[in-house]
Write a protein that binds this ligand. Structure first.
Ligand code: SF4
Length: 199
C-alpha cells in the first residue's frame, strides 16, 4: 500500500482508537469489582507509612491557611491543606498549593545572607553570627535614639521609648509567639508593633 504522511497519521489514529475500544470492551478493574477510590487511598496511606504528621501554616500571605505535612527521615513527603484548620478548612490557593515546590527549590535561602556596607555580593553567615549582628545593631540604635522624657506643657514626663525600632509580625505566628514578640518589642522600647495583614 502506498501511504503518504497524512494518510499514515489517519491510519495510525484509527489503529490507536481501535485498540482503545478493544481494551474498553475487555475486562477493566471496575468490571472486576475493584473500588478505584479505595485503591487510591490505600496507596496514599502506604506512601505515608511511618511518616510523622505535623501541622503548619502557609508562609505566603497574611491569611495564614493551615497545612498538614508528613515527614519521614527528615524528608517532606506530603503537604496539603489542613481540613481541621479553623480558618481555611483545608483549602489552599494556588500559591499555597505550590509551597512544596518552594520547599524543594535549590534557589531557597537556607542560611542568613549578609551584604556588608558598600559590598556588592551577599555572603552566607551562620545563624549565630546573624543574631549577634542584629542584637548589636538593635542595641546601638536603641541607645542612640532613646527618648527618656517629653514635654507636657511645662512638665517633663517620662516616656522611655525609641521611635527608631519597629517590629513586624506575621500571620504564621502562633498566639504564644505573638505574646513573646510583643514582649520583646515593648521591652526594646518600641511603640511601632504591627501585623503584616494591616500594612
Ligand atoms: S494558601 Fe494562599 S490564601 Fe492561604 S495563606 Fe497561603 S497564599 Fe495566603
Amino acid at each position: 500500500m502506498n501511504t503518504n504522511r497524512r494518510s499514515f497519521l489517519k491510519l495510525f489514529g484509527g489503529a490507536v482508537a481501535g485498540a482503545g475500544i478493544g481494551s474498553y470492551a475487555g475486562l477493566s478493574l471496575a468490571d472486576a469489582g475493584a473500588d478505584h477510590k479505595a485503591i487510591k487511598s490505600a496507596a496514599a496511606k502506604k506512601k505515608l507509612l511511618g511518616a510523622k504528621e505535623f501541622t503548619t501554616a502557609c508562609n505566603f500571605c497574611s491569611v495564614g491557611c493551615g497545612m498538614v505535612c508528613h515527614v519521614r527521615d527528615g524528608k517532606l513527603l506530603n503537604l496539603e491543606g489542613d481540613p481541621d484548620h479553623v480558618i481555611s478548612l483545608g483549602g489552599l490557593c494556588s500559591k499555597g498549593a505550590s509551597m512544596r515546590a518552594a520547599h524543594e527549590s535549590d534557589q531557597r535561602a537556607k542560611t542568613p545572607l549578609y551584604r556588608a556596607p558598600g559590598a556588592t555580593e551577599w555572603q552566607k553567615i551562620s545563624w549565630d553570627e546573624a543574631i549577634d549582628k542584629i542584637a548589636n545593631k538593635m542595641k546601638a540604635v536603641r541607645e542612640s535614639t532613646w527618648i527618656e522624657t517629653e514635654k507636657d506643657g511645662d512638665k517633663d514626663v517620662p516616656v522611655n521609648r525609641t521611635d527608631a525600632l519597629a517590629f513586624m509580625g506575621g500571620a504564621q505566628h502562633t498566639n504564644e509567639e505573638c505574646y513573646l514578640f510583643q514582649k520583646m518589642g515593648r521591652t526594646a522600647g518600641s511603640v511601632t508593633i504591627e501585623h503584616q495583614a494591616r500594612v
